[in-house]
Design a protein around this ligand. Structure first.
Ligand code: FES
Length: 137
């Protein structure tokens, strides 16, 4: 059902953990399955220096967050905004269709963390909107 890359990121997820005094923290949940993801960003001079995540979720949620952290590490805030769930799924090769919604958690947690960062810094990030709670099906 899952390809090797997904299994690799699931069994050996990268960047798991927390960042103390993070520049931005975002937490999102999927109301349908109850899975939760929290993402921590450490941003210096507009560059994402460090990124960590914690997921209480399914294998696909873990694999997609893992790969999402790899995609944004070392990138600018603007580049990080381009990391959509589609990009995450592409980076993983493929996900079973029923699991694609799980990849939304990674994108949303990332955007929520960027939003938190912008709030703390008192800046506006172009193309970034306030995260909203919603249901995924
Ligand atoms: Fe909940 Fe995958 S089943 S995120």
């Amino acid at each position: 059902m899952y390809n090797d890359k997904v299994l690799d990121h699931f069994t050996n997820p990268r960047n798991v953990g927390e960042i103390e005094n993070a520049s931005g923290v975002g937490q999102v949940g999927n109301a349908k399955c109850g899975d939760i993801m929290k993402m921590y960003l450490d941003i210096e001079d507009g560059i994402i220096k460090e990124v960590k995540f914690k997921t209480f979720g399914c294998g696909a949620a873990i694999a997609t967050s893992s790969v999402a952290t790899e995609l944004v590490k070392g990138k600018t805030v603007k580049e990080a905004l381009e990391v959509t769930n589609k990009k995450v799924v592409e980076a993983l090769g493929d996900l079973p269709p029923v699991k694609v919604h799980c990849s939304l958690l990674a994108e949303e947690a990332l955007r929520a963390a960027l939003w938190d960062y912008a709030q703390k810094e008192g800046i506006e990030i172009e193309g970034l909107e306030e995260p909203v709670e919603h249901d995924h099906h």
